[in-house]
Ligand binder design. Structure first.
Ligand code: ADP
Ligand code: MG
Length: 742
């Protein structure tokens, strides 16, 4: 056997990489050959409202926009006209197929394609697309996770166009497909996907926020929407390396691999100049996203080597969620074209910073609200009145986040994120809120209250709340360790994992805030009966909310051990691993919250809990099986080869009567190999214990508490072996290669 076989693939990958140059693509040009500006082709592949307005009869268009405004499904009597316009647009853009594009609870998107091709009564071929095909489609749903929501004998699920999200065309080599953003529901109308809950949460949050604003005198406000800007972190490595790593292919992260002497300690990658091959990738990725109407805005190197980030201009949360899914999809597609692999996993490399997806979130009064049109409700205002509004919104958010901190933690729980949260590089698994020193002081003042007898306006001035804008502008302190930080005019939910869909975390955030607002509304109603003015009642309710939620506010270093102790004293939930975090979803309190707000029925919550728990179990199982296979078929064979090589050399030396200095390594190698074999057996035992568990909850626990630590032990021995086995015997691309070569 040729011992170099495994390692030679590695060396070929490195050699090929040396000859790779940045890939060029053909950007769109005008007749003179001038490259088009982004504004000249942005959104060409989406059929948005302005384009629909041009193509649809006026009354159909008006009906469509009022449907969208009300968040209702499309009316049957305009469906055919809308479908016709969509079809004509899609055919003009050379689409041959259409699909309902939806987001099952896999965290990914799904699509089933249908050709437009059809026969008319005379057997002539033509392109056909009807209203009913636009409104509803019936994929075979039995293979999507439903968490017990749908029994197999009733495997039907429906996808239905969500008209608030415009249809778009996805291009691929040799063809184009019209995609219809859809929700995915069961025969009985239960939500089977990530979007339905999000849409429902947006609706109820809008209702509560509107009611709250109306109480403050903004009587014409009709609708409030949550806005979202999701910063996306990711790693890029050469595709050859990826193909040589079964762990990256199967589990999305490296299950073993020794730390390189140089990691990120030099801090020379963050905001460094972008490597040319990556720059070429980014330009093409942005080009593809612009065509789809995704307003990608920033790009830069991140902290870890070969780690990068992109962020869009924020949009309404449901559109932003679709756009983040498209972003992840385009990242993958374009990476392949550049012979790169994108790693969206939260922790692809041990000992190196992981990736998150910062969810920047705020509330905006929509254009339909003349008294507050387009205003960001978390923007501190210029008058005491505006700041009373600001404080009211803020206090409602704090109240909701405080009350449902465990549920928020559950919303970001995944096997991948477990490696990141609390690892001294990402927020800990304890939810707390950072306000910034100035604002925190102001809130403390508001909390204390001031003398009675003053008008609310006078109190606001006294509290220093009338001059918030200047205060905020000066307030440049930034806390990067907080899981949920106020950043001037929005909150940043930083604990979300890089591979996660934003749908569920934002659904939960919307829900807890709607609940906070709901409480504030009741409080104001009650206090309003005895207070002199409504503003006085509002201030009183704000004060109570701040006192109630005080323990969730933390301004210090969230990475410090002291914070963990402090948080425990404050009775804040500290849910380290996914199984215990997910349990927060299935509590009576969470179920009551979701059904009170009509976001999820009890059964829907239960199914979400199960889907996530199952995913956790499957992910860990896949990781363990992959690790076993790597140890058995790659690590041990290469170790045996090297061992044999040393043994032969030592024997030959002794025969010649010379010293055999390799004996020392040989002995160490033997010991480590035996240790590895032992750890490998223990991993099997741990897996057997997981197999024997009688419920999914118990199985998840065994995986978290026995299998995951056992995998760590196997890994440690492998990594030590990597440091002594001859380089030409090692089959797996090493960290230094994957992270520093492009
Ligand atoms: P950072 O300093 O964290 O990079 P940025 O100002 O660049 O902050 O914003 C990061 C993200 O926050 C961007 O995607 C941006 O569009 C988004 N963002 C800004 N304002 C809002 C808002 N009002 N609502 C939601 N997201 C917002
Ligand atoms: Mg940010």
């Amino acid at each position: 056997m040729n011992h170099e076989l495994g390692a030679s693939a590695r060396f070929h990958a490195i050699r090929d990489l040396m000859t790779r140059s940045p890939r060029e693509f053909d950007p769109p040009r005008d007749e003179q050959g001038r490259r088009l500006r982004v504004s000249e082709f942005f959104g060409v592949n989406t059929f948005d409202l302005p384009k629909m307005k041009e193509k649809l009869p006026k009354e159909v268009y008006l009906k469509l926009t009022s449907t969208i405004e009300a968040g209702k499904p499309l009316d049957r009597d305009i469906a055919n006209a809308v479908a016709h316009a969509i079809k004509e647009w899609a055919l003009t853009h050379e689409a041959t197929h259409f699909c309902h594009w939806f987001q099952p609870q896999t965290g990914l998107t799904a699509e089933k394609h249908d050709a437009f091709i059809s026969f008319d009564d005379h057997q002539r071929t033509l392109e056909k697309f009807s209203g009913s095909q636009l409104i509803q489609s019936e994929p075979d749903a039995s293979s999507f996770p439903s968490g017990g929501m749908r029994t197999t004998f009733e495997a039907r699920g429906y996808t239905a166009w969500d008209p608030t999200s415009p249809v778009f065309i996805m291009e691929h080599a040799n063809g184009k497909t019209l995609c219809i953003p859809s929700v995915f529901i069961s025969y009985h109308g239960d939500s089977l996907d990530e979007k339905t809950g999000l849409l429902r949460s947006i609706e109820v949050l809008s209702r509560k926020a509107t009611e709250l604003l109306q109480m403050l005198g903004y009587s014409e406000t009709k609708k409030v929407v949550p806005t979202l800007g999701a910063e996306q972190e990711y790693f890029l490595i050469d595709r050859d390396f990826y193909a040589l790593r079964p762990d990256l292919m199967m589990a999305g992260r490296t299950l073993l691999g020794g730390s390189p002497p140089k990691g990120q300690q030099l801090e020379d990658h963050y905001f460094g100049s972008i490597p040319s091959r990556i720059q070429a990738f980014m330009s093409e990725m942005e080009y593809e996203l612009y065509k789809l109407g995704v307003p990608i805005k920033t790009r830069h190197n991140e902290v870890a080597p070969n780690q990068f980030e992109c962020a869009p201009i924020f949009e309404e949360a449901n559109i932003a969620t679709d756009h983040n899914q498209l972003t992840m999809e385009i990242l993958r597609k374009v990476a392949t074209r550049h012979h790169l692999a994108v790693l969206l996993h939260e922790k692809p490399f041990a000992g190196i910073n992981g990736s998150g997806k910062h969810n920047n979130w705020s509330l905006m009064a929509t254009a339909g609200s003349p008294d507050l049109e387009g205003e960001n409700l978390l923007e501190p205002g210029e008058t005491p009145k505006q700041n009373l509004r600001f404080l009211l919104v803020l206090a409602g958010i704090l109240k909701g986040v405080h009350r449902h901190a465990g549920l928020l933690r559950a919303s970001i729980a995944s096997s991948g994120n477990d490696h990141r949260l609390g690892a001294n590089e990402a927020p800990p698994a304890i939810i707390s809120v950072f306000m910034g020193e100035m604002l925190n002081q102001i809130l403390n003042e508001v909390e204390k209250g001031k003398e009675a007898g003053l008008s609310t306006e006078a109190v606001m001035i006294q509290l220093g709340v009338s001059k918030l804008p200047t205060v905020m502008k000066d307030n440049t302190d930034r806390n990067r360790t907080s899981p949920f930080a106020f950043t001037g005019n929005k909150f940043e939910f930083r604990a979300v994992g890089s591979s996660a869909s934003t749908a569920f975390p934002v659904t939960v955030l919307n829900a807890v805030v709607a609940d906070g607002f709901s409480d504030m509304i009741e409080g104001i109603k009650k206090k309003g009966k005895t207070s002199q003015t409504i503003d006085a009642a509002v201030l009183e309710v704000i004060r109570e909310a701040l006192i109630e939620s005080k323990s969730i506010r933390f301004e210090g270093n969230n990475y410090a051990d002291e914070w963990v102790h402090e948080a425990e004293k404050r009775l804040l939930p500290h849910l380290r691993k996914t199984p215990e975090a997910l349990a927060q979803m299935a509590t009576a309190e969470s179920k009551a919250l979701f059904s009170r707000l009509e976001i999820f029925s009890e059964a829907e919550v239960q199914s979400r809990f199960h889907v996530r728990l199952e995913r956790y179990i499957k992910n860990l199982w896949i990781e363990a099986d992959t690790l076993k296979a790597m140890v058995d078929t790659q690590i041990l064979p290469s170790v045996y080869s090297y061992h044999g090589h040393l043994a032969q050399g030592a024997a030959a030396s002794r025969e010649l009567g010379t010293k055999a200095p390799q004996t020392e390594t040989l002995v160490r190698l033997s010991l480590l190999t035996e240790t590895l074999q032992g750890k490998r057996t223990q991993l099997d035992d741990a897996l057997r214990a997981a197999e024997k568990a009688s419920t999914d909850e118990q199985r998840a626990q065994v995986l978290a508490e026995q299998v995951a630590p056992s995998m760590m032990e196997v890994r440690q021995v492998c990594d030590e072996l990597e440091s002594i086995v001859g380089d030409s015997y090692w089959p797996l691309p090493k960290y230094r290669e994957m992270l520093f070569l492009l």
